[in-house]
Ligand binder design. Structure first.
Ligand code: ACO
Length: 402
């Protein structure tokens, strides 16, 4: 028996909203999302236009500062980021301590958290200069941290950043170049990765962004807050879905590429099997990012001269699902993660790096939302309520009498 009267507080009635399906925790002027219409806009700019004509760095600037940069603003933003891409040499020792098969997302969140020990001069969330410094440091260093994680996994020496290169170029070179060999950047890969990062850059109050805000609401520093967001992103129901999708496609391939049997398992909820990369809490029509990415998957694979049987399996899965009542009734459509893995794979990334690429893209969104929260007048610590379902009260029993 529980007492409904207990749910009343001085501020009103406490409502139970599982998974926060209908609860807005914040007001935000950053990203507009209309799930029924399949609309996504950053600061009012349609995602389609930004992906087609923008760059990742200007999108990052837009999200964080609210406006697209002028030529001068863009140049100084890029210049500042470029000057912070190096990691302190001692940071490398963290990688020595990780086992070689460590998941790169674990390395990413640990090293980002550790940055707070190296940069203790930028912890104060109420100091504008310090906030700016943390922002630049994180944007500049996350690609280096990610590339080091990859090098650790394959047992290669790290490659230092090169300041004459662009943001994405630098990351690709730190990841894929090896000593004593020329590394040639492929413009198809550079442009495709830049576009994918734009498409991932923000998505209002998703699990990782809400985590960043919640941790930040205790006035924890930006490194601590973003590190928590990286961990939230790692889960297979969120950013980790891009890795799970590829593993699912490989599993179907290994078992004879029978898409219909797999779909049947999903519908029967056999062992909790889901069609990974499908469904979304907010999009109930289509995910505008998935539309762009599906087209990009075709373009990138053909430009790189790669054919992939997994793409064929993915296309057949989508076709089956979209004409099946189970998926139609539940409004389940491909989300951002369904086709990204195929592109990353064609670019040469191992599956374990896929969610890291998502994190690189989402970083400006996390930062922008952290700033917005901290600057909001009257911003309060995040503190959800609960509906208590345990025993109401009982007497303590000494251990010998239990
Ligand atoms: N495959 C099969 N069934 C599904 C799927 C799926 N991918 N997604 C949802 N369903 C079913 C659920 O089983 C449920 O069915 P029921 O009513 O018979 O119980 C119904 O659809 C509603 O699903 P919920 O789990 O209530 O939806 P919710 O909004 O809580 O979850 C989520 C959204 C987590 C994205 C879910 O669709 C899912 O698990 N998808 C697969 C993982 C994935 O692709 N995640 C990436 C999301 S996008 C991102 O974070 C970048």
């Amino acid at each position: 028996g529980f007492d409904i009267g207990k749910l009343r507080t001085e501020t009103g009635l406490v409502t139970l909203d599982s998974g926060y399906g209908n609860t807005a925790a914040y007001k935000s002027a950053i990203t507009y999302l209309d799930g029924e219409g399949g609309v996504l806009r950053y600061r009012g700019y349609p995602i389609e236009q930004l992906a087609e004509r923008g760059t990742f760095l200007e999108t990052a600037y837009l999200l964080i500062h609210g406006e697209l940069p002028t030529v001068d603003q863009q140049a100084s933003f890029k210049d500042e980021i470029t000057r912070h891409t190096l990691l302190h040499e001692d940071v490398k020792r963290f990688y020595d301590g990780f086992p070689r098969d460590a998941h790169p997302m674990a390395m990413l969140s640990s090293v980002v958290s550790a940055l707070s020990t190296f940069y203790q001069d930028s912890h104060n969330p109420f100091d504008e200069e310090q906030r700016h410094l943390s922002t630049i440091r994180l944007l500049a260093k996350l690609p280096t941290i990610a590339a080091y994680a990859y090098k650790k996994a394959i047992g290669h020496p790290v490659v230092y950043p090169r300041n004459d290169l662009g943001y994405v170029e630098n990351f690709l070179r730190m990841t894929f170049s090896v000593p004593a060999a020329e590394y040639e950047l492929d413009p198809v890969v550079v442009n495709a990765l830049d576009k994918l990062l734009i498409l991932h850059a923000d998505h209002e109050q998703n699990c990782s962004t809400s985590t960043v805000r919640l941790v930040g609401s205790s006035q924890a520093n930006m490194f601590a807050s973003i590190s928590a967001g990286i961990n939230a992103l790692w889960g297979p129901l969120h950013g980790g879905a891009n890795q799970s999708v590829l593993e699912m496609l490989q599993g179907i391939q290994a078992s004879g590429s029978d898409v219909a049997t797999f779909i049947r398992k999903v519908k029967d909820k056999e062992d909790g099997v889901k069609l990974m990369g499908f469904g979304h809490r907010v999009y109930k029509n289509f995910d505008p990012r998935a539309k762009i990415i599906k087209a990009a998957a075709h373009d990138v694979l053909s430009a790189l001269g790669k054919s992939d049987e997994l793409l064929d399996i993915a296309l057949r899965l989508e076709e089956h699902a979209l004409s099946d009542d189970y998926f139609v009734e539940r409004k389940l459509y491909p989300n951002v993660d369904f086709y990204t893995g195929l592109i990353y794979r064609a670019m040469g990334f191992p599956t374990s790096m896929f969610t890291v690429l998502f994190a690189l893209g989402r970083l400006p969104g996390w930062i922008a939302q952290w700033h917005e929260m901290i600057k909001e007048p009257g911003s309060r610590i995040g503190r959800p309520r609960q509906i208590y379902t345990g025993v109401v009260e009982r007497e303590y029993v000494p251990i010998e009498s239990r």
